[in-house]
Design a binder for this molecule. Structure first.
Ligand code: GCU
Length: 433
C-alpha cells in the first residue's frame, strides 16, 4: 500500500486540513529539492520541537529520501543548515597554497623522514601555517605513496622548543586550560611510531597557529583575512586541515585517495567538521570528541543525564561555534539537526569514532546515539561497513588503543588488509553513561 492511499484512508477533510497544518509545522519550510535552492532558516522559536534525533533521510520538503541520488541532493541542504545554526561558513579554498621547506632530516635511526614546511596562502599570500611531515624514510623498505594522516595538535613542534607552559586560554569563562607541551621532532615522532611502522605518513600542525582558542580570537590567525566570513574556531581549524591537503595533493609521497583526518577532543570536533565538509578526506576519525563533536546534543548536558552539553559548550567555549547556537541553550530539542548529520556528511566515505569508556569529557551514550542515528544513510548508500565505532577502557586522552583502532579500520577499509576486527561493537548498556 502506498503512503498516499493509507493517509487518505485515515483522514477526513477536516482531519486532512489539521494534518497538513501539523505537517507544515514539522517540515523544513523549503519547497523543493532542486539543486542549489537555499533552505529558509526559521528563527529558533519557530523551529519544531523534535525530542528524537532529526531524521537525516527526510528532505526539506518533508518527503522521505529513498535513493542515493536524493540523499546527495539533500546533502547540500544538510550542510547549509549546520553552517547556518552552528558552524558558520568557511571561506572558499584559497587555491594558492605553496610550501617552503625549512628543515629536513632523518629521525628514529633513519627510519623516518621529517620535514618542517612553511605553507603560505590566502589573500596576497599573507597567511601561513607551519606543518611537520613525518613519513617512512625511503630506506626502510615501505614504498610511497603513503596514506596520510592530517592531525591538528595541541603541541608545537620545533627544534628550539620554549619551556613547557600551561596555556590557559584567555576566555573569561573557559574552564579547561590546554596543556601545550612543546615537542622537538625527535620527541614528537615517538607518538607516531605505530602509524609510521605501518606505512602511514603523519602531517601535523599546532592548532592555534590557525587562530586562538578563546579571548579575542577573531583578531588572530586566519580570521582577519576573511572579514566577511562568519565562521568560528571549529570551522577554522578544519579549514587549516584542508590547507594541509591542498599542499599534500602536490606531493608524490602522498596517496591522494587516502587522506585521513584524525584529532582528539576539541580537535576531534574540528576533525569531524573537516571530514564532513572536505570530501578529499577518505576517512574521518575523531577521538574523544564529545559534545559539539560526535556526541548528540540531545543526549548530552546535565539535564539529560549526560556530560557536557550545548549549554556548557556555548557558555564556556563561545569561540568554537557561532552565536546562533547560543539561542538553542535550554531548548536543544529545537535544533533542526544533531551531530549524526555531520557523521552522515562523511558518507559514503569512511568514518570511525574512537573513544574511552571512562572519558569524563565525552558521554558514551551520546556517541552511541549519534552512531545509531547515522546508520541509515550509510545503509542507503550501500556502505554500512564504512561507519565504525570503537570503545576502549580508560579516560580522556588519545590512547595507543585509539590509534590502533583507527589504523586497523584504515587498513581494513582503505587498504584491503584483513585485520580480523569488527568496528560495530557497542559496549554493554550499563556502560552507556
Ligand atoms: C574540555 C571541554 C571539551 C573538550 C576538551 C578538550 O574538557 O569541555 O569539550 O573536548 O576540553 O579539548 O580537551
Amino acid at each position: 500500500m502506498n503512503n498516499q492511499t493509507s493517509s487518505a484512508r485515515f483522514l477526513s477533510l477536516g482531519g486532512l486540513i489539521i494534518g497538513l497544518a501539523i505537517a507544515g509545522r514539522l517540515l523544513w519550510p523549503i519547497q523543493s529539492l532542486a539543486a542549489n535552492t537555499p533552505p529558509a532558516f526559521p528563527a529558533v522559536a519557530d523551529l519544531p520541537i523534535q525530542t528524537n534525533m532529526p531524521n537525516p533521510l527526510v528532505a526539506t520538503d518533508g518527503k522521505t529520501i529513498t535513493t542515493p541520488e536524493q540523499w546527495l541532493q539533500h546533502r547540500e541542504a544538510v550542510k547549509q543548515i549546520i553552517e547556518h545554526y552552528a558552524l558558520g561558513h568557511m571561506p572558499p579554498p584559497p587555491g594558492n597554497v605553496k610550501g617552503h621547506e625549512v628543515v629536513s632530516r632523518l629521525l628514529a635511526d633513519g627510519k623516518t623522514s621529517y620535514r618542517l614546511v612553511h605553507l603560505t596562502f590566502g589573500p596576497e599570500e599573507k597567511l601561513s601555517l607551519d606543518i611537520s611531515i613525518f613519513r617512512p624514510a625511503e630506506t626502510n623498505g615501505i614504498k610511497a605513496p603513503f596514506p596520510v594522516i592530517v592531525q591538528p595538535s595541541f603541541s608545537t613542534i620545533s627544534d628550539n622548543p620554549p619551556p613547557s607552559v600551561t596555556n590557559a586560554i584567555a576566555s573569561g569563562t573557559n574552564t579547561a586550560p590546554v596543556k601545550k607541551s612543546p615537542n622537538t621532532p625527535e620527541t614528537a615522532v615517538r607518538q607516531y611510531a605505530q602509524a609510521l611502522d605501518r606505512g602511514y605518513a603523519v602531517v601535523t600542525f599546532y592548532y592555534q597557529d590557525c587562530g586562538k582558542d578563546g579571548g579575542d580570537y577573531r583578531t588572530t590567525g586566519f580570521f582577519p583575512a576573511y572579514p566577511d566570513s562568519d565562521w568560528a574556531d571549529l570551522a577554522l581549524w578544519a579549514w587549516g586541515m584542508s590547507r594541509c591537503v591542498d599542499y599534500l595533493e602536490t606531493q608524490s609521497f602522498a596517496d591522494k585517495s587516502k587522506f585521513i583526518a584524525l584529532g582528539h577532543s576539541r580537535l576531534g570536533k574540528a576533525t569531524l567538521v573537516a571530514g564532513a565538509f572536505d570530501e578529499r578526506f577518505a576517512l574521518c576519525a575523531p577521538a574523544g570528541s564529545g559534545c559539539a563533536g560526535t556526541g548528540a546534543y540531545r543526549f548530552n548536558g546535565k539535564a539529560r543525564n549526560g556530560r557536557e552539553g550545548l549549554n556548557e559548550i556555548v557558555k564556556n567555549f563561545p569561540q568554537w561555534t557561532i552565536p546562533s547556537l547560543v539561542e538553542f541553550s535550554n531548548r536543544v530539542e529545537r535544533l533542526p539537526f544533531d551531530q549524526h548529520w555531520l557523521i552522515d556528511l562523511v558518507a559514503p566515505r569512511l568514518f570511525i569514532a574512537a573513544d574511552g569508556l571512562d572519558d569524563t569529557a565525552a558521554s558514551v551514550n551520546a556517541l552511541v546515539q549519534s552512531y545509531l542515528a547515522a546508520q541509515p544513510v550509510y545503509a542507503l548508500l550501500g556502505v554500512p561497513d564504512h561507519l565504525g565505532i570503537n570503545f576502549r577502557p580508560g579516560p580522556h586522552r588519545l590512547a595507543m588503543e585509539d590509534w590502533s583502532a583507527i589504523l586497523d579500520f584504515a587498513d581494513q577499509q582503505l587498504r584491503g588488509i584483513d585485520v580480523k576486527r569488527h568496528f560495530d561493537q557497542l559496549p554493554p548498556q550499563e556502560l552507556w553513561h
